[in-house]
Design a protein around this ligand. Structure first.
Ligand SMILES: Nc1ncnc2c1ncn2[C@@H]1O[C@H](COP(=O)(O)OP(=O)(O)OP(=O)(O)O)[C@@H](O)[C@H]1O
Length: 527
């Protein structure tokens, strides 16, 4: 039978000089006669009843072997042809893989529809770029080491976790559909992955926390059922995968759109502008829903806006202490605007002095009541500046001094207030870290977050010219920073060092007149 096939099919060259041979669907079981065809380079044996491939040992030039849809039990039961590149052994009866290090040219291996329960013996196949093991009985991804795989299909197995892929740096296409996977964890480092199929798995409503490498935010990704018919859940699921795998172009056989990419970033790691715009919009909408109150003390005048000083910088870097000292020294001109927070008071902090300490519920109600100009989440707590806080200061004829994180600054910049923004930036990270540790208030994670945000401030300063009105480096000793701060503030106020006290007091008598004059200078000198 085989010899008649050989004589009829695919023969070129003469006699035993056969390069390409095709024996599809011939009901063949014994192909031992092929031992004589030593020059074969491509052999197609699919849809037969072949059990034994040992004749391949006699084909040193074989490059492509297709023995799919046969009855083979023995995995690679032949001596390695030196140049064997592509092997298809799908739809056979193989159960155990063996060491393939001798098959060093192997680049494509199809083993779908067998009975393998474990991936092994492939680690040394340093040219293997395509591996398909769909519809086997594999329950763990292992044995892939750092293969140069660009394509990996493990569809229809018994996988519960995504693991063992972290070193597949070249992976571009991954099919894990029809398994029992419940979490996306394990996909994080696949930065070249362009196409993934996760259909028909067991993702349910588990919350997963991923650390965003950039600024060490912890974001929560909701992994929802990919087979769910609920549109919103489906959207959340897609966005969370797209966020995790930023090079993705195809997800579950559907093209990933540019809109999805933007939405995923805006959802899970929004740029500061987006956070600020959302916060501003929220506060504005709730304010507009309330009866309008005229806040006359802080309304921008014809010549100048209401003066405010905003001290910003990473947590615990010194801005609060410096601000307090400034308000004490220049108490006739500045006082602190008191923000609201949902965090509990630290030892020594007083309600209504350091913050208004409120519950989450009260804070939320205040948002609904349109009380806030800006709010922000920080370290698991909420912080917010109300219009009343500024108004209380303004009614005393004083300028308002505030401290806040960068997101607050972005948000405040969208309002009609036009403060001076002074950035305090730690210059020695080690000392800044020690300072945070010594305060004894923060967990290691909080310290890491605060320290990692120094870069965010520095980046904002270097990329946005004029975003901060002044930048004051903060070394370990805050004295120098304070002297710079007072100098800066005096320059705003157009005060000369030698006669500052008399000058202002003598010229303007009462505090409020003095302040009004100072306010004019304060804001006017800016433009
Ligand atoms: N309304 C607000 N908007 C944005 N950020 C705010 C607001 N109020 C306070 N913050 C900032 O939130 C961060 C956390 O506030 P918290 O009072 O817990 O800080 P802290 O540990 O006392 O450190 P710091 O000495 O920098 O204030 C600080 O950087 C603070 O300046």
């Amino acid at each position: 039978m085989v010899s008649s096939c050989v004589s009829h099919l695919g023969q070129f060259g003469t006699g035993l000089q056969l390069y390409y041979s095709l024996f599809q669907s011939r009901n063949l079981s014994d192909i031992s006669i092929l031992c004589n065809y030593v020059n074969l380079q491509k052999l197609e044996l699919q849809h037969n009843k072949i059990k034994d491939l040992s004749c391949v040992s006699h084909m040193p030039y074989l490059v492509i072997l297709d023995a799919s849809h046969n009855e083979i039990f023995n995995f690679f039961g032949f001596q390695p042809p030196k140049n064997l590149k592509e092997v298809n052994l799908c739809h056979n009866h193989m159960t155990k893989m063996k060491d393939l290090s001798a098959y060093s040219s192997l680049s494509k291996l199809d083993l779908d529809y067998n009975r393998f329960s474990e991936i092994s013996g492939l680690e040394q196949c340093c040219r293997l770029t395509h591996l398909s093991l769909a519809h086997n009985k594999i329950s763990r991804i292992s044995g892939l080491g750092s293969l140069p795989l660009t394509y990996l299909c493990l569809k229809g197995n018994q996988l519960e976790r995504i693991e063992g892929l972290e070193n597949l740096k070249n992976l571009q296409v991954l099919d894990l559909s029809m398994n029992s996977i419940t979490s996306l964890s394990g996909l994080q480092n696949l930065c070249l992955l362009g196409s993934i199929n996760l259909e028909k798995n067991l993702f349910d409503k588990h919350k997963r926390n991923y650390r965003c490498s950039k600024y060490s935010y912890t974001i929560t990704v909701f992994v929802t059922c990919s087979t769910s018919s609920d549109w919103q859940e489906q959207q959340d699921y897609r966005l969370s995968v797209v966020f995790l795998l930023q090079h993705l172009t195809v997800l579950d056989q559907e093209k990933v759109t540019a809109e999805e990419k933007v939405s995923s970033v805006n959802k899970y790691d929004p740029p500061l502008e987006v956070v600020a715009a959302r916060d501003h919009m929220t506060q504005l909408v709730y304010q507009l829903n309330q009866p309008q109150v005229l806040y006359d003390s802080t309304l921008p005048g014809a010549d100048s806006p209401y003066p405010m000083l905003v001290l910003t910088g990473p947590q615990g870097g010194g801005k609060r202490e410096l601000g307090h000292r400034l308000c004490q020294e220049f108490s006739e001109y500045f006082t602190y605007g008191i923000c609201h927070t949902t965090r509990g008071p630290y030892y020594g902090e007083e309600n209504g002095v350091d913050y208004h300490f409120v519950s989450d519920e009260d804070f939320q109600n205040m948002i609904y009541m349109g009380k806030f100009i800006q709010t922000m989440h920080y370290g698991g707590h909420r912080f917010g500046l109300t219009r009343d806080a500024i108004e209380d200061v303004a009614r005393e004829g004083l300028a308002c001094c505030l401290h806040m994180e960068l997101e607050g600054v972005f948000s405040l910049k969208k309002s009609y207030f036009e403060p001076r923004y002074i950035l305090f930036i730690p210059t020695q990270l080690e000392k800044y870290t020690d300072r945070l540790k010594n305060r004894g208030l923060y967990t290691p994670a909080q310290i890491n977050m605060a320290v990692s945000r120094v870069e965010l401030y520095a980046d904002t300063n270097s990329k946005r010219l004029g975003f901060f009105d002044n930048v004051i480096p903060c070394a370990d000793d805050l004295e120098e920073a304070y002297q710079t701060l007072r100098q800066v503030v005096k320059e705003y106020m157009l005060l000369e060092e030698q006669d500052e006290g008399e000058n202002i007091r003598a010229s303007h008598g009462s505090t409020s007149i003095g302040v009004r004059f100072f306010l004019f200078l304060f804001m006017g000198s800016r433009y």
